[in-house]
Design a protein around this ligand. Structure first.
Ligand code: ADP
Ligand code: ASP
Ligand code: MG
Length: 449
């Protein structure tokens, strides 16, 4: 066994089938430093769970949805050489799944919703540990809730770093000495032991948090693309993988919509200087992207990201010219309701800001209570139908000609808001949703092709 420690995370498509899991198992075994494996739910499973947790369903619909999940899990079980060691445990999880789905439908409790959402990872980690064991290595399925302590904001729980470090050192460290530990991404538990979740796509964050807690050297994010690309290859077919990225660039990309990394993934990596690799579990031989503190090159343009479903809120008061505390009041309300604002512009009598409001997010961000409270101090207008396009790079505010090249590329389009100058790594525009594919494509052509 080497002394270095790697944490490998496999996303939903990487563990979608038995064969996909076999690819992942080979990747795990090939790197002797890998002692912890973090898995997502199998592709589609969390979406099924979210639909049960967040939409009113009939008993029949719940049954059908549970069955769809069971079918995905059973397809893997059926291919295991030694089904018996897992079948009983999987059946227990199916019972828990059905029980929770019906229970939640009646009680609508947030803690039950998170318990329900956690089932995907709990099932996939059980199955993956069995697939990994077929590679003749000692494996162990570990319940991440023993160490991944969070607050109790169900649906978007925040990790408690000190507790995680203490618990992981006490409970997880001894296990990795004797086996490769397979555990769940996305899932945590609060101080009362109730199950929580970290927000959609949160398994990347789990991997980075465990790497931080155990002083890992590297963290691998294995997914369905061969690294982080110049932009989402689903929008631009000419996008290409980047061999290297700095922590800051990757953090900007993740925050501004590069779905390949959960927005918070880079925080632990940056704190502990842990190198992060992103690659394809289907084609590990093709390499991928290394994300690290110091890159060899710091180009002005590195990548373009797009985040959909943005909401623009404009608050306006004729009294603003005189009321110096207005901005402070607006932001106090935003902070109280835990909204995270991205872009802000101000004029003499109004302030506009944008919020991320994706339909499939676990928590509804812009809710009636927030609007009602804002309306007590000003007029509020809410506009939907926007996307946020961001160019990520380096030294952007000090390099000459950076903005003119970007503006030239998008001159045909209406930009509703522009944000530039607050940090050297990005320039963001709020654009109409129907133009955002074109804008990303055009920018990509001008800046990268
Ligand atoms: P996983 O299930 O493995 O976590 P995700 O679907 O969350 O995978 O993330 C991978 C997807 O992220 C890719 O299929 C790709 O469409 C999308 N993506 C968005 N932006 C980028 C980018 N800049 N580079 C690579 N992939 C990106
Ligand atoms: N299974 C969770 C989701 O689909 C977490 C993840 O895949 O990272 O959002
Ligand atoms: Mg993901």
């Amino acid at each position: 066994m080497t002394n270095s420690l790697n944490i490998a995370k496999f996303g939903g498509t990487s563990v979608a089938t038995y064969e996909a899991m076999e690819n992942c198992a080979r990747i795990v075994v090939a790197n002797k430093a890998t002692r912890i494996v973090v898995v997502s739910a199998q592709a589609g499973v969390t979406n099924h769970l979210v639909s049960m947790a967040h939409t009113p369903l009939t008993s029949e619909q719940i049954e059908t949805t549970c069955q769809a999940i069971v079918d995905i899990e059973r397809a893997v079980l059926d291919k295991l050489a030694d089904k018996d060691s897992v079948a009983g445990k999987l059946d227990d999880l199916f019972d828990e799944l059905r029980g929770l789905a019906f229970h939640e439908e009646i009680l609508h409790r947030d803690d039950l919703k998170d318990q329900l959402l956690s089932m995907g990872e709990r099932m996939s980690s059980l199955l993956f540990s069995a697939v990994l064991a077929e590679q003749s290595v000692p494996t162990l399925n570990f319940d991440v809730r023993k160490v991944l302590r969070t607050d109790d904001v169900y649906g978007e729980a925040a990790p408690q770093l000190e507790d995680i470090a203490t618990l992981a050192t006490r409970l997880l460290r001894p296990e990795i000495e004797r086996a490769i530990v397979v555990t769940q991404g996305f899932v945590g538990a609060d101080s009362q032991g109730k199950t929580t979740t970290l927000g959609r796509g949160g398994s990347d964050f789990t991997a980075a948090l465990l790497a931080e807690a155990l002083d890992g050297d590297t963290c691998e994010i294995w997914t369905d693309v061969t690294g982080v690309y110049t932009t989402d290859p689903r929008i631009v077919s000419a996008a290409y993988p980047l061999p290297e990225l700095s922590f800051e660039e990757a953090a900007e990309m993740a925050t501004f919509g590069a779905k390949v990394l959960h927005p918070a993934t880079m925080e632990p990596a940056l704190r502990k200087d842990i190198k992060v690799f992103v690659g394809s579990s289907k084609a590990p031989e093709k390499g991928g992207t290394w994300i690290m503190r110091n890159c060899e090159h710091e180009p002005p343009y590195r990548a373009i990201t797009r985040r959909k479903e943005q909401v623009m809120v404009t608050v306006k008061t004729p009294k603003m010219m005189y009321a110096q505390g207005f901005l402070q009041q607006v932001f106090a309300i935003i902070a109280k309701h835990k909204l995270s604002v991205d872009l802000v512009t101000t004029s003499e009598i109004s302030v506009s800001f944008t919020l991320d409001n994706p339909a499939n997010s676990v928590a509804q961000r812009l809710n009636k209570a927030t609007l009602a409270e804002l309306e007590t101090i000003c007029d509020v207008t809410v506009e939907h139908g926007f996307d946020l396009v961001t160019v990520v790079g380096n030294h952007m505010q000090t390099a000459k000609g950076v903005s003119s090249k970007i503006f030239a590329a998008v001159h045909d389009y209406n930009l509703r808001m522009i944000c530039f100058g607050a940090n050297p790594h990005n320039m963001s525009f709020l654009v109409n949703h129907q133009n955002s594919d074109d804008i990303v494509q055009k920018l990509h052509r001008e800046l990268f092709e």
